[in-house]
Design a protein around this ligand. Structure first.
Ligand code: FES
Ligand code: FE
Length: 410
């Protein structure tokens, strides 16, 4: 590294550390955290490349040799299923001179031939052929860079880290939550991407609190109990837990939280009740699809999981939601929503796609709008973050978690 680069890095590092130190406890993040390219680079280093990300449900690549390319920040990741059914993730970067090896977004292929000089990689990433290279060239040393992969309850997770965060508690909690809802044998009913004109944290922060749900989400508020007094929420939750228990199902109840300071992946899992008589997240509260997993009836509950820095999961007894938050640039991001139903459910017979997707489409259109309203406001030179409300306790925890993550060296 040149001395000038070292100096710049240090100056940027000091500046970011000062911004973190200047954070006012109990308040939102200062505007630099949503605009500054150097903070964005640190986010990528210490959040994006440290944590696990859910990229898809495995039904996105159901057949032998299926693949899909996922674009996240400046990275492209090819996720494949080999002929033997194993799932691999690798960077779409040729080990010769760096060209994109895979030029299609998705498809079915046993091998990827680089369009530049035709180095050929198997769909497990191994370099199979490299034309006209010297005799001592070692193909085995030039496979595509592999990423860590875990598949749990049908969810494909990847990590860029050389030493990935311990995933065991996450796995246990996913089995105790998504596993009860049968996500391992679910299938994708619909996927939708939303371009967000805002830093990725403004999108995530919007999803960790429901202080905004009353004013911003009239449709969602019809079925999801939000701004009730605490004792009423507790009563609703107790009735939900009794119904779940009567079904003979134990979904990890209570509030589970694990930080990543001990080298383990972060997870927050919790349950909450819908209004009495509401079965699922639909327009009229009535069922949307066939029951999933161990559910033989509706329990009127929702299980919510926030995992790592970019993955949110929501389980209803008849469908599931995956939310992916994808950084793009310092001031832009993307969200992908994935709707899951039981693997045997058939569109038209067991579910109506329009009804299934109605609630989270209308809610996400509203969320995109408020995230972008906030982004435009935060760009003001005069923006000063205000106090976090008591109802935003998860937002407060998120902010503290985030500041801790970017303060710890990679
Ligand atoms: Fe891929 Fe040359 S860059 S073969
Ligand atoms: Fe919202």
């Amino acid at each position: 590294m040149l001395a000038s680069e070292l100096k710049d890095t240090t100056v940027a590092g000091d500046r970011i550390d000062q911004l973190v130190a200047g954070h006012r406890p109990g308040h939102g993040l200062a505007r630099a955290f949503y605009l500054d390219p150097e903070i964005y680079e640190r986010d990528l280093e210490r959040v994006f490349r440290r944590h696990w990300h859910c990229v898809a449900h495995e039904s996105a690549i159901p057949n032998a040799n299926d693949f899909e390319v996922f674009r996240m920040a400046s990275e492209q990741v090819i996720v494949t299923r080999t002929a033997s059914g194993e799932i691999h993730a690798m960077l779409n970067v040729c080990r010769h001179r760096g060209a994109e090896v895979c030029t299609k977004d998705k498809g079915n292929a046993r091998a990827f031939v680089c369009p530049y000089h035709a180095w050929t990689y198997g769909n497990d990433g191994a370099l199979k052929a490299a034309r006209l290279m010297p005799k001592d060239f070692k193909r085995e040393d030039h496979g595509l860079k592999k990423l860590n992969v875990r598949v749990v309850e049908g969810l494909i997770f990847i990590s860029f880290a050389a030493e990935p965060l311990d995933f065991s508690e996450v796995e246990r909690l996913l089995r105790a939550t998504c596993g009860q809802y049968g996500w391992g044998s679910a299938k994708i009913a619909h996927r939708q991407s939303y371009a967000i004109d805002a830093n990725w944290k403004l999108a995530v922060e919007n999803y960790v609190e429901c202080y905004h749900c009353g004013p911003a989400h009239p449709e969602y508020s019809e079925t999801h109990a939000l701004e009730q007094p605490l004792h009423l929420i507790e009563e609703l939750n107790a009735r939900m837990e009794a119904r779940t228990c009567a079904l003979g199902i134990e979904v990890a109840s209570g509030n589970h939280w694990q930080n990543s300071t001990g080298g383990k992946e972060t997870i927050h899992a919790f349950r909450y009740a819908l209004y009495d008589g509401v079965q699922t997240g639909s327009k009229d509260g009535q069922a949307l699809s066939t029951l999933m997993g161990r559910f033989t009836d509706f329990d009127g509950g929702v299980t919510s999981i926030h995992l790592g820095g970019t993955t949110f999961l929501v389980c209803y007894p008849d469908h599931g939601m995956i939310y992916r938050f994808i950084p793009k640039t310092a001031e832009t991001s993307e969200m992908e929503l994935i709707w899951l139903v039981d693997g045997k459910a058939e569109e038209g017979r067991d579910y109506d796609l329009e009804k299934l997707t109605w609630l989270w489409k209308v809610t996400t259109d509203e969320d995109k709008a408020i995230i972008e309203h906030t982004s435009r406001g935060v760009r003001s030179h005069y923006f000063v973050p205000g106090p976090i409300a008591p109802m935003e306790q998860n937002e407060l925890r998120y902010i503290n978690w985030y500041l801790d993550e970017i303060s710890r060296p990679a």
